[in-house]
Design a protein around this ligand. Structure first.
Ligand SMILES: CC(C)(COP(=O)(O)OP(=O)(O)OC[C@H]1O[C@@H](n2cnc3c(N)ncnc32)[C@H](O)[C@@H]1OP(=O)(O)O)[C@@H](O)C(=O)NCCC(=O)NCCS
Length: 139
């Protein structure tokens, strides 16, 4: 699908809105590089493939960022697994991926779980804390 090239400081980053060419091993390594464990192999790739929208960032053929969203297309959307490889962080890649997901998802409410320390990043994109959120986890 469509790719968009954007120049950051010294490199051109290409963004894809699909999972074509995305390898589970590269995806797993990307999350591990940012200390986001639990995103394992084929399982994390399947999660990206089944998501309504993805935005994936490449420097050449190197995977440097990923993000995905689930939505009903009308009221609700949830953004998950936003990550930028260390060394590429702080150059606008995360913001661009988020903006692409938000653009494609014009719904009433979009939610996400911010990792500790990442709240300011999401706040800059218009997200606010929500006090009455509840969640149930499998054992
Ligand atoms: C959080 C993360 C996705 C941000 O991506 P990034 O490419 O580094 O961020 P950007 O360069 O696009 O930053 C966009 C803006 O957010 C700000 N920002 C980035 N990370 C921030 C943070 N942790 N806290 C506060 N502000 C932050 C930047 O200063 C920038 O501000 P500006 O637009 O006013 O200049 C990335 O740093 C990352 O992958 N971190 C490790 C994994 C992680 O925490 N993921 C989030 C899971 S919920």
């Amino acid at each position: 699908m469509m790719t968009v090239a954007r120049r950051t400081r010294a490199m051109t980053i290409t963004y894809r809105s699909d999972c074509v060419g995305l390898a589970s091993s590269d995806l797993e390594a990307l999350f591990l590089s940012a200390d986001m464990s639990g995103r394992i192999g084929e399982k994390v790739l399947r999660a990206f493939l089944k998501s309504a929208y993805v935005c994936i960032a490449y420097d050449g053929s190197d995977l440097v960022g990923a993000s995905r969203a689930i939505t009903d297309g009308e009221y609700h959307g949830i953004i998950h697994d936003v990550v930028v490889r260390p060394g590429y962080q702080g150059q606008g890649i995360g913001r661009h991926m988020m903006e692409q997901l938000l653009l494609r998802m014009p719904v009433w409410r979009i939610m996400l779980v911010a990792r500790a320390g990442a709240e300011g990043f999401y706040h800059g994109l218009g997200f606010e804390p929500l006090s009455n959120v509840m969640a149930r986890f499998s054992q």
